[in-house]
Design a binder for this molecule. Structure first.
Ligand SMILES: NC(=O)C1=CN([C@@H]2O[C@H](COP(=O)(O)OP(=O)(O)OC[C@H]3O[C@@H](n4cnc5c(N)ncnc54)[C@H](OP(=O)(O)O)[C@@H]3O)[C@@H](O)[C@H]2O)[C@@H](O)CC1
Ligand SMILES: Nc1ncnc2c1ncn2[C@@H]1O[C@H](COP(=O)(O)OP(=O)(O)O)[C@@H](O)[C@H]1O
Ligand SMILES: [K+]
Length: 488
């Protein structure tokens, strides 16, 4: 599990180290790691052109110390001092001793235009608000040039906690971050500015609290996807019930049921008006065109995709939510639930809501720039797990534990892929995973299936279902074997 730590947590963890270590030692660790990454990227330091963008805080200090190391290896390093009077004194002295030269921001254009590498030490975890004018102009000039763009700790202009970007920000090809991954590097707009992420260990780990926000690795997901063993039968892996699709639009029912089958193929029951379509696509499912109560026993329900929002649909939703089973609520069911949120507030069993941004807004407030904060707030308000879909899907539970998904591809932005996600998550809920983990593992596996399917070109939602066994095998670190095809 990759823990994501807020600025406050990083500052609190730094405090005892700063008190215990000789002055500047922590910054030396950071700068050494930073210079090592830059040297690797440059390949050959000697003769290469490096420009440092240096703000007035510790972030600029890191850049100056790293620049000194690069200069001592023969790189031609120029520091653009945004606030010369306040540049980090020890860093600037080391930089000058190593032969580095300085420039005023107004004179920096030509150097930026021909740099091999630009190091962004404008602002790190001490930043607030949008990037100020001189810094923003330098960032834009650097971005237009040919250089590798390396951000120090956090790309300047990105809010380290939320990923919010107001105005300009440094579009890094690489970000070298210190001590802990900050949430803003992997979520929201910030994710798009971070590039490849490098974490430098500066000794903070033992001082950091347990992370309340995490990102799953393949190994974390695999540990939550148990293999069936000799004692299992078709019921023991958990039976999932699916209410999705309609007579006119059976697709959502077919996709959702297929995804559930391909995730934990113990048993999937389907109840709804898309019964004929589901039956012919998936002979493995047990299908009724009756109500959920007619379907037989299940351990979790998925309700919503393509089911409509008429009175019948509303009464089916109420029936499912009145059970004491875990329920995943998606799509049309979210639209209905937003009108009657008490249906979920009064539940004792876990509920997972999987809105995209427009569905989220129906519950009363826009997602905004702080996606983690928004998901946490809705989860706490409704007492449900909220999986907020999008480029970086986030999952939050009512107690405040959250996950940021790290897998996926923009090719997933196509109709029906959300129905597949619901089927995967429903199967994991029925298997007994805690609701927040079921949602997070589902997003992880769904993203991996998207990546596998996209390798062959533009993907359709049905391709995701077909690639699920392969994606799950890969998450487990196994070489996927071929599976016969069935369904969409
Ligand atoms: N603590 C340590 O020992 C270690 C710290 N480390 C490093 O230090 C960094 C934290 O240093 P920090 O606390 O000095 O803050 P920092 O990120 O440099 O920002 C402050 C400067 O930014 C400016 N500024 C603010 N907003 C702005 C905006 N919108 N647009 C433009 N400018 C803006 C602000 O200006 P001011 O408001 O003061 O006028 C001030 O000049 C951390 O990220 C890591 O890199 C590592 O070496 C490990 C050891
Ligand atoms: N730009 C994107 N990058 C990565 N994943 C995306 C992007 N846009 C959408 N997705 C993913 O695609 C899926 C779309 O789901 P949804 O909006 O419910 O579509 P539908 O209702 O058509 O099934 C979600 O899992 C979402 O996270
Ligand atoms: K920075």
């Amino acid at each position: 599990m990759i823990g994501l730590h807020t600025v406050a947590e990083v500052r609190a963890a730094e405090a005892p180290l700063l008190a215990a270590l000789p002055e500047g030692a922590l910054m030396q660790r950071a700068a050494t790691g930073l210079a090592t990454v830059c040297l690797r990227l440059l390949g050959q330091a000697y003769g290469s052109r490096v420009v440092l963008l240096v703000g007035a805080g510790g972030n600029g200090g890191d850049a100056l110390h790293a620049g000194a190391r690069l200069a001592s290896r023969g790189a031609r390093v120029t520091a653009v001092l945004l606030d010369p009077e306040r540049a980090h004194p020890a860093g600037l002295a080391a930089f000058r001793r190593a032969g580095g030269r300085t420039l005023a921001p107004e004179a920096a254009g030509p150097a930026l235009d021909r740099a091999d590498l630009v190091l962004d030490g404008i602002v790190g975890i001490g930043g607030s608000g949008s990037l100020r004018a001189p810094a923003a102009a330098l960032v834009q000039r650097a971005a237009a040039g040919p250089a590798l763009m390396v951000a120090v700790d956090v790309p300047s202009g990105v809010d380290a906690d939320t990923g919010a970007v107001e105005g300009a920000a440094f579009p890094a090809t690489q970000t070298v971050t210190f001590g802990a991954v900050k949430p803003g590097l992997v979520v929201g707009a910030g994710r798009g500015y971070t590039g490849e992420l490098h974490l430098v260990d500066i000794g903070l780990a033992e001082h950091l609290p347990a992370a309340s926000t995490s990102q799953l690795t393949d190994a974390d997901a695999a540990a939550r996807l148990p293999l069936p063993d000799a004692d299992d039968d078709k019921y023991s892996q958990g039976v999932v019930g699916v209410v999705a699709g309609s007579a006119i639009y059976p697709g959502a029912g077919v996709l959702c049921t297929g995804a559930a089958l391909r995730t934990r193929p113990g048993l999937v029951r389907y109840a709804g008006t898309a019964a004929d379509g589901v039956r012919s696509a998936w002979p493995e499912a047990i299908v009724t065109d009756g109500r959920p109560g007619d379907a037989g026993r299940v351990q979790a329900w998925v309700v919503g995709p393509g089911m409509g929002t008429d009175d019948d649909a509303r009464s089916v939703l109420a029936e499912v939510l009145a059970t004491d089973l875990p329920v995943l609520v998606d799509a049309d069911a979210l639209t209905m639930l937003a009108r009657e949120p008490q249906l979920v507030r009064r539940r004792a069993a876990p509920t997972v809501l999987t809105p995209h941004e427009r569905e989220f807004a129906r519950f009363g407030s826009e997602v905004g720039a702080d996606r983690l904060g928004a998901a946490r707030a809705l989860a706490a308000d409704l007492g449900a797990v909220v999986l907020l879909k999008g480029e970086a899907t986030v999952v939050a539970d009512p107690a405040g534990t959250a996950f940021v998904n790290g897998t996926g591809t923009p090719w997933l932005a196509t109709a029906g892929t959300g129905d597949v996600l619901s089927g995967i998550a429903g199967a994991l809920l029925a298997g007994g995973l805690p609701a927040g983990e079921a949602a997070a593992v589902a997003a992880h596996v769904h993203g991996r299936a998207g990546q596998a399917a996209a390798a062959a070109g533009p993907l359709l939602a049905g391709d995701l279902v077909r690639h699920l066994p392969e994606a799950i095998s890969r998450v487990r670190g196994q070489r996927p074997g071929g599976l016969p095809d069935s369904g969409p």
